[in-house]
Every structure is written in structure tokens, then in C-alpha cells.
Design a binder for this molecule. Structure first.
Ligand SMILES: [Zn+2]
Length: 261
């Protein structure tokens, strides 16, 4: 149940309540934690318990992006080869990106204005491990089955101001240039448009029809009219989405009204 990338002797784990985020073992930050192959831990996972992956041990640092604005920033940094692509796990709201790096801080919270968009997690923190189940019933699933990328020492510290400056930009993909498409992007709900093209939207996710998808790999952020799929790497705004639907010759169900926000 544990992906091979985290089955490493220098990583540590804790037991977490089934379908929850509450750690079971007291003192897991210090000594009361487990190696991946510990029979106690294996038994717990086999009995459908959740597990946590400890950050700060074995130089593991996890970027917890729970907002699509931040996901778009990471994607952008990856496409410019500023950040390497790495093991990525889908969470209930966003994604966990795993890295190996020396990181002196415990935790850094990233915000865009007043909005919490993510965290850099290290010493004394843990993330819920892949294939565990979120309280909502969603599974933490590996969406990019890559090795954990290594960053130079302290490299993530340099990324913090990067993230902050990238996040301080106005909306990620939509520029208000007064054109028809920009107005469309501002007024329409991408969730309703996706529904009208036959996507089965649950919460802010859907099974992607642009590739052969089984899990809901497609994530929407309705406030900004953005979408992103980790299965096929397509992303963009409402205009992009509608063009793709047209390219794929998806039928639009006129019965489903395009509601205004
Ligand atoms: Zn896709």
C-alpha cells in the first residue's frame, strides 16, 4: 500500500487513525515512530489504518499545496525548470510534493493575501501518506509516480520568497483585457460548464475526459475559473476548457444552464 519511493530506511512513519488525520502514537516526533517495514506499522496499514510520513527525517520536505493558485505557481516553476518534477500525491484539496532537502525551519505557511494556499513542511511535521483515506472519503493517491527529487541544501529556503512573489501576482491565468473571453472567464462558473459538457463534477474534481482517466484527476478552482489535470497535464481557464471540449467534440447539454456567479 506504500509506494516504493517512500520505502526508504532513512524515512520514518507514524500510525494515524483510520480515515482521519489524528496520530495514534504519542511522541512520534522523537523516537516513537516506525521504519516502513516495521511489522506493527504494516499490520496497522493492513487493517485499514492511515499512516503519516514524517517530514524533516531523512531530509524529507513536503510542499503542501491546498489551493490551485499555488499549484499553478509550482507547475509554472516546474515548466521553467526552476523546480524539479517529483513524487506528487493528490490530497482532498490539492497536492503534496515530496522533496529531499535540508530545511532548517519547522514549517512555513504560504499565503496569497489573506488566503492560506499551502505550507512547506519539515522537522516535527507529518503528512498523511499515499493510499490513506481522508475524512471526506477521498483517497490520497499518487498522481505522478516519480522518484523524490533532490534539491540542493537550503534551496527551498530560496524558493520561499519566490513562492511569495509569484503568489502576490493577480490571478494566475486570467488577465482582464476587456475581451469577450476575459468577460466570459469572469462571469461563468467552470464547474457548470464542465457539467454541461458531461463531466461528472464532485466537489471541485471530476474524472478527466481529455485522457483515459479512472480517478478524478481533473481539479477545478471555481473562483478563478481555472482547471488542471495531473493525468494529462492540461490546464487553463474557461476559454481553454471550452476549446478543448470542442476539439474533443464533446456534446454540450443545453439543458444545463450556464449559471452566473
Ligand atoms: Zn486529464
Amino acid at each position: 500500500m506504500m509506494p516504493k519511493q517512500i520505502k526508504q530506511d532513512n524515512l520514518a512513519f507514524n500510525r494515524v487513525v483510520s480515515c482521519d488525520k489524528i496520530p495514534i502514537d504519542k511522541g512520534w516526533q522523537k523516537n516513537n515512530n516506525f521504519k516502513y517495514n516495521d511489522p506493527e506499522l504494516q499490520k496497522h496499514i493492513k487493517n485499514k489504518g492511515n499512516y503519516g510520513v514524517l517530514c524533516g527525517i531523512g531530509d524529507l520536505v513536503v510542499l503542501d499545496a491546498d489551493d490551485l493558485d499555488f499549484v499553478c505557481v509550482i507547475n509554472d516553476l516546474e515548466s521553467r525548470n526552476v523546480l524539479p518534477k517529483t513524487l506528487t500525491v493528490q490530497t482532498a484539496k490539492g497536492f503534496h510534493y515530496y522533496y529531499k532537502s535540508k530545511f532548517p525551519e519547522r514549517k512555513i505557511i504560504l499565503e496569497k493575501g489573506e488566503k492560506h494556499v499551502g505550507e512547506i513542511l519539515s522537522n516535527g511535521c507529518f503528512v498523511i501518506g499515499p493510499n490513506s483515506i481522508h475524512p471526506s472519503g477521498a483517497k490520497y493517491s499518487v498522481v505522478r509516480d516519480l522518484e523524490i527529487a533532490e534539491l540542493k541544501d537550503d534551496e527551498l529556503m530560496e524558493f520561499e520568497p519566490w513562492f511569495k512573489s509569484e503568489l502576490s501576482h493577480e490571478k494566475v491565468d486570467i488577465k482582464g483585457d476587456g475581451s469577450w473571453s476575459s468577460k466570459v472567464n469572469q462571469k461563468l462558473s467552470i464547474l457548470n460548464i464542465a457539467r454541461s459538457y458531461g463531466f461528472e463534477v464532485r466537489g471541485n474534481k471530476a474524472v478527466c475526459k481529455f485522457h483515459n482517466d479512472t480517478k478524478p484527476s481533473l481539479t477545478f478552482v471555481d473562483e478563478n475559473g481555472l482547471f488542471l489535470c495531473y493525468g494529462c497535464n492540461l490546464k487553463g481557464n474557461i476559454t481553454t476548457f471550452v476549446s478543448l471540449c470542442k476539439e474533443h467534440k464533446f456534446e454540450r447539454n443545453e439543458e444545463i444552464k450556464w449559471s452566473r456567479k
